[in-house]
Write a protein that binds this ligand. Structure first.
Ligand code: FAD
Length: 418
C-alpha cells in the first residue's frame, strides 16, 4: 500500500526488538513513525527466542553486566545507562508481563513466552499511531534520496526525514535478518566489520561412530579450559551437546567469541574438557587404579569414574587402544580431554552475529557520521555478547538510544513536530 509522506517522518526499518523499541521511543516523542518490515509480520526472531523460554535479560549487576560486551563494554554500557536490565523488566511489566530470576541469574517472563509480550507491544505501537508496513523489503536509496522498498505491489519509494536501520545480523536468515544490508551500507562508505557467527557451535570431525551414535547427546556438567586470543587461560563450567559435526550448547556459546578469534588466526583452536569437574585428578587416578576384576573397561569407567555414554564415547574417540589400558593416562585425559576445533559452524546456524556497523562509524546518538539522519540499532551493530539475555538487552537499549537520537535530530533539523 503506498504511503503518503508527511512532515518530520521517521522510517524505522526492521521489526525486531531494536526497531520496535526505536519506533516506540520516537513515537512517544511525538514523531510520525512508519515501521517497515521485510517479512509478513514483525518480531519473528524474538518469537523464536521465546521457544527456548525467552531469556529477556540477566540479573548480573553492572559493571559485570557491561563486561559481557567485551571490547564494546564502554559503548554498550552507555546505552545501558538509559535502559538497563531493571528498566527492561519494568517496561515488560507495562504489558502485564512479570518476570523472574532463574537459578543461573537469567531473567525470564513468568510464562517464559515471547508471544504475549510481542502481541501487547504491537497493539500498543499501533494504538500510539506507529504505522506498520510489512512485506516491505528495504533495498537502499533511490537517486533522489528516497528509501526504496520491494513490496508485493512492486517497488515503492518512501521519503523520510530520518531513518533508523534495525536490520539484525545474519543468523537464522529464514527469520528475516540475512545481512543483505551490508553491501548497501558499504556502497555508502560505512565502515563495516565482516559478519561472523557468535554463540555458535564448532566443527570437530568425529568418527562416524560418534557422529551417528552420540549426535544430540548432552555433556553435563563439564569444565572447559581454553586460551583466548591473547593467550590468557580461562575455565568455565557448564553444559554442552555433541553434534553430528562437533560441539555446541550454552557452555560453547559462552566461549565462542574467544574460540572463533583463535580459529581465525591459527586455523585451529584447542579446547580441553574436564569430564568430572567435581573430582580431583589424584582421587580419580586412585579410583581408576583399583582392580577391574574381569570387568570391561566401559564398566570400570562407569563404576570408578562415573564416565559413561557420551563422556565415555569422547574418551574412546581421543585415546587409542593402548592408551586406554594406561589408567594414569586415562585419568589425565578425563580431566583434560583435548578437542581440536576446525571451524565455527556457519552464521546461518548461530544464535547471533558478531561484526556489522562499526561503532566508530556512529556518534553517541547512534547516527551514522557519514549519513546524517540515518541511525542504526540492534544486532546489526558491531558488538557481541554471550546468551543469557545480554543480546536482547543491548538490542532494546540501542533501539531506545537510536529512537531518541532520531527524534532529537528531527526536532533540531526539522523544527516543531506535529
Ligand atoms: C534461536 C534463537 C534464540 C534466541 N534466544 C535469545 C534469548 O533467549 N535471549 C536473548 O537475549 N537473545 C536471544 N536471541 C538473540 C535475539 O533474538 C537477537 O539478538 C535479537 O532478536 C536481535 O534483534 P534485532 O532487532 O537487532 O534484529 P532482529 O530481531 O533480527 O530483527 C531484524 C528485523 O529486520 C528485518 N529486516 C532485515 N532486513 C530487512 C530489509 N532489508 N528490509 C526490511 N526489513 C528487514 C528482519 O526481517 C527482522 O524482522 C536468540 C536468537 C535465536 C536465533
Amino acid at each position: 500500500m503506498p504511503v503518503a509522506p508527511r512532515h518530520s517522518i521517521l522510517a524505522v526499518i526492521g521489526g525486531g526488538p531494536a526497531g520496535l523499541m526505536a519506533a516506540e521511543t520516537a513515537r512517544a516523542a511525538g514523531i510520525d513513525v512508519h515501521l517497515f518490515e521485510a517479512k509478513g509480520s514483525v518480531g519473528r526472531k524474538f518469537l523464536i527466542a521465546g521457544k527456548g523460554g525467552l531469556n529477556l535479560t540477566h540479573s548480573e549487576p553492572r559493571p559485570g553486566f557491561d563486561a559481557r560486551y567485551r571490547e564494546r563494554a564502554r559503548e554498550v554500557g552507555a546505552w545501558l545507562d538509559d535502559f538497563d536490565a531493571d528498566a527492561l523488566r519494568q517496561w515488560a511489566r507495562g504489558f502485564g508481563i512479570e518476570s523472574y530470576i532463574g537459578s543461573s541469574g537469567r531473567v525470564f517472563p513468568n510464562d517464559r513466552k515471547a508471544a504475549p509480550l510481542l502481541r501487547g507491544w504491537v497493539r500498543r505501537l499501533k494504538e500510539s499511531g506507529v504505522q506498520m508496513h510489512v512485506q516491505h523489503r528495504w533495498q537502499g536509496w533511490t537517486n533522489d534520496g528516497a528509501l526504496s522498498f520491494d513490496t508485493p505491489d512492486g517497488p515503492m519509494p518512501f521519503k523520510a526525514d530520518a531513518v533508523v536501520l534495525a536490520l539484525g545480523g545474519g543468523s537464522w536468515p529464514q527469520l528475516g535478518s540475512d545481512g543483505a544490508w551490508m553491501p548497501l551500507l558499504a556502497a555508502r562508505g560505512i565502515d563495516l566489520a565482516p559478519l561472523a557467527p557468535s554463540n555458535c557451535g564448532f566443527d570437530i570431525g568425529w568418527s562416524l561412530y560418534l557422529a551417528e551414535k552420540f549426535a544430540g547427546a548432552p555433556l553435563k556438567p563439564v569444565l572447559a579450559h581454553w586460551h583466548d586470543f591473547e593467550g590468557v587461560a580461562h575455565t568455565l563450567q557448564g553444559e554442552c551437546v555433541l553434534t553430528e559435526h562437533g560441539i555446541e550448547g550454552s557452555l560453547i556459546y559462552a566461549i565462542s567469541a574467544d574460540l572463533r578469534e583463535v580459529l581465525a588466526r591459527d586455523g585451529l583452536a584447542t579446547l580441553h574438557l574436564d569430564l568430572v569437574p567435581g573430582r580431583a585428578l589424584e582421587r580419580l587416578s586412585r579410583d581408576l587404579a583399583k582392580p577391574r576384576n574381569g570387568r570391561s573397561l566401559g564398566e570400570h569407567l562407569r563404576r570408578q569414574a562415573g564416565i559413561e555414554g557420551a563422556k565415555a564415547a569422547l574418551l574412546f574417540e581421543v585415546l587409542d587402544k593402548a592408551a586406554l589400558q594406561d589408567m594414569p593416562r586415562v585419568a589425565a585425559t578425563i580431566k583434560h580431554l583435548p578437542l581440536t576445533l576446525r571451524s565455527a559452524r556457519p552464521i546461518a546456524e548461530a544464535i547471533s552475529t558478531a561484526g556489522g556497523v562499526r561503532l566508530d562509524a556512529l556518534d553517541a546518538r547512534l547516527m551514522l557520521r557519514a549519513l546524517p539522519g540515518v541511525f542504526c540499532a540492534g544486532e546489526m551493530l558491531d558488538w557481541e555478547a554471550p546468551t543469557g539475555g545480554y543480546l536482547l538487552t543491548a538490542c532494546f537499549a540501542s533501539g531506545l538510544r537510536a529512537g531518541r537520537g532520531a527524534a532529537d535530530w528531527l526536532v533540531c533539523n526539522h523544527g516543531r513536530i506535529d
